[in-house]
Ligand binder design. Structure first.
Ligand SMILES: Cc1cc2nc3c(=O)[nH]c(=O)nc-3n(C[C@H](O)[C@H](O)[C@H](O)COP(=O)(O)OP(=O)(O)OC[C@H]3O[C@@H](n4cnc5c(N)ncnc54)[C@H](O)[C@@H]3O)c2cc1C
Length: 370
């Protein structure tokens, strides 16, 4: 048996962000991670893009914008603890349209974004090509959003682990949770093959594997894996474009080390996190159709991760229905990097101050449908 105040199952960006916040508040935290191949956090592109692909205002957008505001302080916290050179990168995102239908959609999107007071600018074709001359000639218009940067998730994870370590968090990176100990209906421990970890409270942040984990407690979490493949090109000797380019045909993130990330597929293939020839070829083709000059550069590498996607594509954060010493933090889908620091704060404030987590994230919202 090993005792902590809180045991977190899952050491992806969500589990570690929660551990960090709890440890900053003086809690003794143990993180247990299985080191699953296909971890989403390591695979992610790292865009902090609260406007995502939203074509119309959704209830999620204000929370996503709030989440972005926590990032500068989060970077400061984990950077100073770890000496990892972490920063928010890039001049923002261009959401580009390539035909009349896409242009009409972008104009509608721009109208609601402007109505909400968001700092976005609509660029016509001339302005767009002046801004990014290497875009394909048929790029017709774009929304420029300068407030959406990107981070390098692999660096974030390194910094987060170091920051947690400094605060005394115990992080076990090769321990698979195989079940829970339950006594008189209460969860009293999480079991790995060799050990049981006990604590007054447990957090399940197992990403795409959260459903399987919670089945051990007879709970069917509506979260499933969605594979995303990414290709990286380069490094380019000098950048061909500055902005992250978002379109209906994929996205491109120009990293400051000269590589360009091309993302990403969305595939329902269970827990298979391999890359495929057709996935890689499709991404490369879409990248070169967006920026034809990329054709000169070979593929550097490719990888894939499993996004934890919920039934309504929004995260589930809050107490596990029927178990008041188990909290869920899963189902962050395409926005888990963006949402991580905010999720850490929501969970820590809920556990330590009794703060109420916004209804939009409540696991109870699916109860009637289960
Ligand atoms: C290709 C791709 C691109 C993406 N791009 C972006 C982006 O640009 N911006 C953005 O905001 N989001 C992006 N995402 C989404 C984001 O990566 C995820 O939402 C986020 O990483 C989820 O974090 P997590 O900690 O919940 O899950 P994960 O990172 O998957 O972590 C879950 C952890 O649980 C552990 N685990 C599983 N089962 C067990 C067990 N039985 N016992 C112990 N541990 C266990 C695993 O080992 C794993 O480390 C992208 C995702 C992909 C795949």
């Amino acid at each position: 048996m090993s005792s902590s105040d809180i045991v977190v199952v899952g050491g992806g960006i969500i589990g570690l962000s929660i551990a960090l916040k709890l440890a900053q508040k003086g809690q003794a935290v143990t993180v247990v991670d299985a080191n699953e191949r296909g971890q989403a956090s390591y695979a992610a592109a790292g865009m902090l893009a609260p406007l995502g692909e939203a074509q119309e205002q959704s209830e999620f957008v204000p929370f996503a914008i709030k989440a972005l505001r926590y990032w500068p302080a989060f970077v400061d916290d984990i950077k100073s603890a770890s000496n990892v050179p972490l920063k928010l990168n890039g001049p923002g995102i261009l959401r580009v349209g390539f035909n009349q239908t896409e242009e009409d959609e972008l104009v509608r999107t721009y109208n609601w974004q402007q109505h909400c007071g968001l700092p976005v600018v609509l660029l016509d074709q001339t302005e767009l090509h002046k801004c990014e001359p290497n875009l394909a000639p048929n790029a017709q218009c774009a929304i420029r959003s300068a407030f959406e940067p990107y981070v390098e998730p692999q660096l974030v994870l390194t910094a987060l682990r170091a920051a947690c370590d400094r605060l005394g968090v115990t992080i076990l990176m090769h321990d698979t949770v195989i079940g829970f100990a339950v006594k008189d209906g209460d969860v009293t421990g999480v079991r790995t093959t060799g050990r049981t970890f006990d604590a007054p409270h447990y957090v399940v942040a197992g990403g795409a594997w959260s459903r399987t984990l919670l089945q051990q407690l007879d709970y069917e979490l509506p979260v499933h894996p969605v594979r995303g493949q990414i290709v990286s090109i380069g490094p380019l000797p000098s950048p061909l474009f500055q902005h992250t380019i978002f379109s209906k045909h994929g996205y491109l993130v120009p990293r400051h080390d000269g590589r360009v990330l091309i993302g990403a597929t969305e595939e329902q293939v269970g827990f298979d996190s391999s890359t495929t020839e057709s996935g890689v070829d499709g991404l490369y083709a879409s990248a070169t159709s967006l920026v034809p000059a990329l054709r000169k550069f070979p593929i550097h590498s490719s990888w894939a991760g499993l996004r934890p996607v919920s039934k309504d594509r929004l995260p589930l954060i809050g107490f596990l229905p029927g178990r008041d010493n188990v909290t869920i933090a899963a189902g962050h889908g395409r926005n888990g990097i963006l949402m991580a620091p905010y999720t850490g704060i929501l969970v820590a404030d809920s556990l330590l101050k009794g703060a109420v987590i916004p209804d939009v994230f409540s696991p109870l919202r699916f109860e009637e449908q289960l």
